[in-house]
Design a protein around this ligand. Structure first.
Ligand code: NAD
Ligand code: SIN
Length: 473
């Protein structure tokens, strides 16, 4: 096998090799799709009860393996062990949430059909699409693909799952837990590989694709899907998220600074919902900015298993760190706190903050610990600045009263709008998705059930009957 067909995953925090395996060839993708196609009818026919039983067995397998699973996530992503444990808890928690969402949003309902003399009834039921591809990102290598996988399996689909090429070990581990839970062969086909494999999956014999990743890849997939509008495409993409601080009470500044730091720097800024832009009132924000900088200086950045635990780890790779450093330096703002590589040859970055007021900054997602400060004169200008992006994933207001928050909520163009809470940390029991370049109006999390099945409306009677229409002689 030529070297290009090998996939290697390295622990980002020390560069050591963690996992090595083969990337699927185009022919292997076709074969995996055929196996999934063959397995899907049996999985649907097995019935909801059986599928729920397997999903609950998966949850039990995840919980039994929580420590080992979290260790692997921390090793492969470089995120702190404490945070990896929260990711595993989300993976397990997704099962009951998905069972409830399936019943509530795509379950079955039967009711008498109007005042039908033949006693017909009306039914609403849902069917799975069939075979779906799931493409995952690296930042939550288990929780985010799992957010598609669990509802799609409960609905009765068979899946082709491709983890990020940066986190193949976590993907393989999670697929193994499904096998351990008793998922029949072929129902979840693991396909390892990078972008080329993703393109092959999008071209394969599937009924749709569920994607979480960058807007750039999402747009490429939308182009690829343009010729097959009958296939479902769910895109969960990035953001350039605003956090507006306005009318803060002096006594709330420290708490607000904590919200800013968590919004911007949690997971080393590698969350789609991280705040990228802090919008403040010109002349009235020095105390907040000072408190944010002071807090940023206190953040522990370190190895995933360091004791005491760090607030954040490294970013995913040296190329990612190089890109972030180059892009932050290309923003010619006033540096408040520079984005710096802590150790030569490793992707640990200290949080960066720059004042970009008055500058034309490209509307791009910087997927790392870098926050842009924008000062504006009035609240309307703050809302305009918040919405001055092609993305629309998350937004938050810090400070103000309920009336101000209502203005912010009404004016914000984002799928998550919070008040006095971070922009990130979205709950799995709520819908999660964005507008603009952040998604294609198929929100995930609680609403994932919606894109995993299609509705069938029926009117049903025991005997043939229709009221005699007019015009029959
Ligand atoms: P990415 O777009 O680079 O990759 C995501 C997946 O797509 C990977 O499996 C990758 O191999 C595959 N891929 C890459 N190019 C492809 C192509 N041309 N055709 C088909 N598949 C292709 O994203 P990433 O860097 O792994 O993840 C970070 C991004 O994900 C950020 O933009 C972040 O905001 C976003 N994200 C979004 C959400 C959300 O729910 N909205 C959540 C987490 C991350
Ligand atoms: C993410 O999906 O990247 C993070 C979600 C969140 O923390 O809100």
């Amino acid at each position: 096998m030529p070297p290009s067909d090998r996939l290697r995953s390295h622990r980002p925090h020390d560069g050591s090799l963690l996992w090595e395996g083969a990337a699927a060839s185009a022919a292997q993708v076709v074969a995996a799709a055929a196996r999934a196609r063959a397995a899907q009818p049996g999985w649907f026919a097995a019935g909801l009860e059986k599928r729920v039983e397997v999903a609950r067995a998966f949850k039990a397998a995840v919980e039994a393996d929580a420590d080992g699973f979290a260790r692997l996530i921390a090793e492969e992503t470089g995120k702190p062990f404490w945070e990896a444990k929260t990711e595993v808890a989300s993976v397990a928690g997704k099962v009951e949430i998905s069972i409830a969402a399936h019943a509530e949003r795509t379950g079955s309902r039967e009711a008498p059909f109007k005042a039908d003399p033949a006693g017909a009834s009306q039914a609403l039921r849902h069917k799975p699409h069939g075979v779906l591809a799931v493409l995952g990102p690296y930042n939550f290598p288990a929780h985010l693909p799992n957010g598609h996988i669990v509802p799609a399996l409960i609905a009765g689909n068979a899946l082709l799952f491709k983890p990020s090429e940066l986190t193949p070990a976590v993907g393989a581990h999670m697929a193994g837990l499904w096998a351990k839970a008793g998922l029949p062969d072929g129902v979840l086909e693991l396909v390892q590989g990078a972008g080329e494999t993703g393109r092959a999956l999008a071209a394969a014999d599937t009924d749709g694709l569920l994607f979480t990743g960058s807007a750039q890849t999402g747009a490429a997939l939308a182009r690829q899907f343009a010729e097959t509008p009958h296939r479902i495409l769910a895109l969960e993409m990035g953001g350039n998220n605003p956090l507006v601080a306005w009318g803060l009470e002096a006594g709330d500044v420290e708490a607000a600074a904590l919200v800013v730091v968590q919004s911007a720097f949690l997971s080393a800024g590698q969350r789609c919902t991280c705040a990228r832009r802090l919008i403040v009132e010109d002349g009235a924000a020095d105390a907040l900015v000072d408190a944010v900088v002071a807090l940023a200086d206190r953040l522990r950045i370190g190895q995933p298993f360091a004791d005491p635990q760090p607030f954040m780890g490294c970013v995913i790779s040296n190329p990612a760190a190089d890109g972030l450093l180059a892009r932050s330096q290309a923003i010619h703002g006033k540096t408040i706190r520079p984005l710096i590589r802590q150790h030569e040859g490793l992707p640990f970055l200290t949080p960066g903050i720059a004042d970009v007021t008055g500058l034309e900054v490209a509307d791009e997602e910087l997927f790392g610990p870098f926050l842009q400060l924008i000062r504006v004169r009035d609240f309307e200008a703050a809302i305009r600045a918040a919405n001055a992006t092609r993305f629309g994933l998350s937004a938050a207001l810090l400070g103000g009263d309920r009336g101000l928050y209502q203005r912010f909520w009404a004016g914000s163009r984002a799928g998550v709008v919070n008040w006095n809470r971070p922009t990130n940390g979205a709950a799995s029991n709520a819908p999660f998705g964005g507008v603009g370049l952040s998604g294609n109006h198929r929100p995930s999390a609680y609403y994932a059930a919606d894109y995993c099945a299609w509705p069938v409306a029926s009117v049903e009677a025991e005997r043939p009957f229709v009221a005699t229409p007019q015009g029959i002689a």
